[in-house]
Each structure stands twice: as C-alpha cells, then as structure tokens.
Ligand binder design. Structure first.
Ligand code: SAH
Length: 374
C-alpha cells in the first residue's frame, strides 16, 4: 500500500487543498477532521507515523462511529485531541417519528447555523435526506426553507458529515425498520444543491470515493438551475437527478418557483434531456401537489408530454403545510384524479409517503431556525 497519501497532497494541488481546508465559514476554531480534505488528515497528527492518518481516514469515511471511544486503534492522545471536534457540528435536537423508523437531526455549527437531516428506514433501504445550504435563496412559494431566506452555503465537510453521522447512528443505534446500513442519500433537505455546486460536488466525491457509496444511490434534487444540471451531466458519476417542476406552464411555474423566470420550462427540459443522454440515468420529476393550484386535469395533461419526452418518472409529493403560506394540500380525490389522469396518458407516477410530518421533518418543512444557542 502506498504511503504517499500520508505525506501530503501532490505539490501542484497543495494551494487548492489549503484553500479548501481553511474553515472560513462556520466559525470553526481549529482544524476539524471532516472540514479537511481527506489527503490532509496528517496535519492533525504531524508527529505520528503516516499510517495514523490512514486509520483516521478509515474511521471518518469507511466506518464512521459516533464517538472517538470506538476508535480503539488510535493512540489515546490523538483520540483526546479530536474528541470534541470529531463532528463539525453539535447535535441540537434528535427527534424520532413513525415509531422509530424516522429520525430527524438538527445539527448546529459553531456560528449558530442550523443543519437539518432526516433518516428514513424502509423494509429494504435506509434513505438519508441531507441539506446543502443553510436556508435557501430561491423562495419557492410553498417551501419553508425558502420562506426564511438564505444564510450560507454548507462546506463539503459539513455535507458529508451529515452522511457519516447517519451511518454511525445506523451502526451504533439503528432504526426500528430497515437495514442497519445507509443505502440511499437524497439532496432534498435545506437548500438548492446546484447553487452550492463546488461544495456539493466535493461532498459527492467523498461519498463515492472515500465512503464507497454507489452513485446510483445518490439523488441530487434541483429547482432547475440549468447551468448546474449541465455541469452535473459531465461529472464522472451515474447519479440520479430529480427536477422539481411543480407546474407545466411558465406562468404558473414562475409564480411557484420564481427562478423559472431565468430558467424557463423549455430550458429546464432541455437540460434534463441532456443529463439523461449523457448519463443514461432516468430523470425524476418532483411535483408538490397544492390544492386548487397545480392539481388540475389541465396541469396533468400539460405535464404528460414533458414526462414522456424525458422518459421521466413523476413523484407526486402532497404539500406539507408551512407557516408562512396559505397553500393547502390537495385532498385524496384530487390526488387520485391527478395521478389517474397521468397514468391514463402513459406516465409513470408514484405518490410519495409523508414521513416525519409530525416532527416537521417532511419535504419542504426543514428550515434554519434563528440561533438561540449563540
Ligand atoms: N432545492 C431542491 C431540493 C430541496 S427541496 C429542489 O427544489 O429540488 C426537495 C423537494 O421538496 C423539492 O421537490 C421541493 O419542491 C419539495 N418541497 C418543498 N417544499 C415542500 C412542501 N412544503 N411540501 C411538499 N414538498 C415540498
């Protein structure tokens, strides 16, 4: 096995590594393992032999544990030195729902930023929904995150640490349902992942190359940022792309999703088609169903040709009510009518179950609360 890895990053990229590793955003006081590039972990133990950094890398990415106490092959001094900064956040609250099959964490970065993640256990899989930004600038009318504005991007390490924490929780604690290893990750928590492209890209790289997760089990969900969708199509990983459409004509879509004025439906569809052509991965279309707004037969009829052209699967998400909007979810009859009409037009469609609604953990309910912890 090569020891070069522990000798530091290759010369030409040293500057880039240093730039990334500087914990500017977040108010972190010192070097935090997940905020370092994995090649730089030796800086946490400069007096130790190189294999220590490899051991630490394994603990962080291959077999995450909730506490350094599990890392018994590391010397006690090293364990103690990272004990209080193993995670780049503290756990502010942990709530469970659905009889222990769902758990939501509110993590808190040192600058007070709230980072939310939701882990859901199903019979055959365990899916983690992660955040890519604190807040969101895109202001979709029905989304709680957007209603509270944008605070900052998450660093790659803050994103990947959500995944590591959930994996550690599954191993050390577990859920009442599903496998005890994380199978899927979706970027459907707070924020617009493609607006934080570099942070999200590096987080995905670490999930795939460091953690060994399959890119086919990772889903990036976007409001339709066309340049980011095209860039993602060029990446070397067969990822899943979910496009949050919500309306099939520009007038309605611009009301629900204001960024549609910059990237209208036609451009979003073209970018989705490009993604499918480049990667061979089937697109999914997200459709949050709002009573009397986008649950009409006319919208279903306009959506069907788009979905068919893309060969896309439609995910219908019944609206989860949020504090600052009067929008209401569609009733059962309206959902059945909308879904039935799509099916009659040969569109694949499923209605997503609403996990965690009673703990505000459902789609669109995550939001950064103002810091009270200072
Ligand atoms: N910004 C990304 C990912 C975050 S939201 C995106 O827009 O895709 C993940 C999904 O939840 C999106 O499809 C979003 O439209 C949906 N969503 C947001 N608010 C919701 C709400 N209140 N009820 C149901 N779904 C919602």
């Amino acid at each position: 096995m090569s020891r070069a890895r522990c000798g530091g990053p290759p010369a030409q990229s040293r500057e880039e590594h240093q730039r990334r590793s500087t914990a500017r955003a977040g108010g972190y006081p010192g070097a935090v393992p997940y905020l370092l590039h994995p090649d730089e972990l030796h800086s946490l133990c400069p007096d130790e032999p190189p294999f220590r950094a490899r051991q630490l890398r394994d603990w962080l990415y291959r077999k995450p544990a909730l506490s350094v106490d599990s890392m018994t092959d590391l010397p006690p001094d090293l364990r103690d030195s990272i004990r209080h900064r193993l995670w780049p956040f503290s756990v502010d609250t942990e709530q469970t729902a659905d009889r222990g099959a769902t758990v939501k964490w509110l993590f808190r970065a040192p600058d007070g930023a709230a980072i939310e993640a939701v882990l859901m256990g199903y019979t055959d899989r365990a899916t983690l929904c992660i955040s890519s930004q604190v807040g969101c600038a895109l202001a979709c009318s029905f989304c709680a995150t957007g209603q509270f504005g944008f605070e900052r991007h998450l660093q790659a390490g803050e994103i990947v640490a959500q995944v590591a924490y959930a994996r550690a929780h599954l191993r050390d604690v577990g859920l009442s349902r599903g496998p005890n290893r994380l199978t899927n990750v979706v970027f459907m928590g707070m924020g617009e992942p493609l607006a934080n492209y570099d942070g999200v890209r590096e987080a995905i790289r670490r999930m795939v190359e460091e953690m060994g997760m399959s890119p086919r089990r990772l889903t990036v969900s976007t409001v339709g940022l066309v340049p980011g969708m095209r860039r993602l199509a060029e990446e070397p990983w067969p990822l899943n792309l979910a496009v949050s459409l919500h309306a099939a004509d520009d007038d309605l879509r611009s009301r629900l999703v204001p960024i549609n004025r910059r990237y209208p439906l036609e451009a979003v569809e073209a970018a989705a088609a490009y993604f499918f052509t480049r990667t061979g991965r089937r697109i999914s279309i997200e459709w949050t169903l709002i009573d009397g707004v986008n649950d009409t037969i006319a919208q279903a009829a306009a959506l069907a040709p788009i979905a068919r052209r893309l060969g896309a699967h439609v995910n219908v998400i019944p609206l989860n009510a949020t504090p600052l909007s009067a929008d209401r979810p569609s009733g059962h009859d309206a959902i059945d009518r909308f879904v039935g009409h799509l099916r009659s037009l040969d569109v694949n469609v499923t209605v997503r179950d609403t996990r965690g609604a009673d703990i505000d953990a459902a789609c669109g309910q995550l939001r950064a609360r103002r810091s009270t912890a200072g």
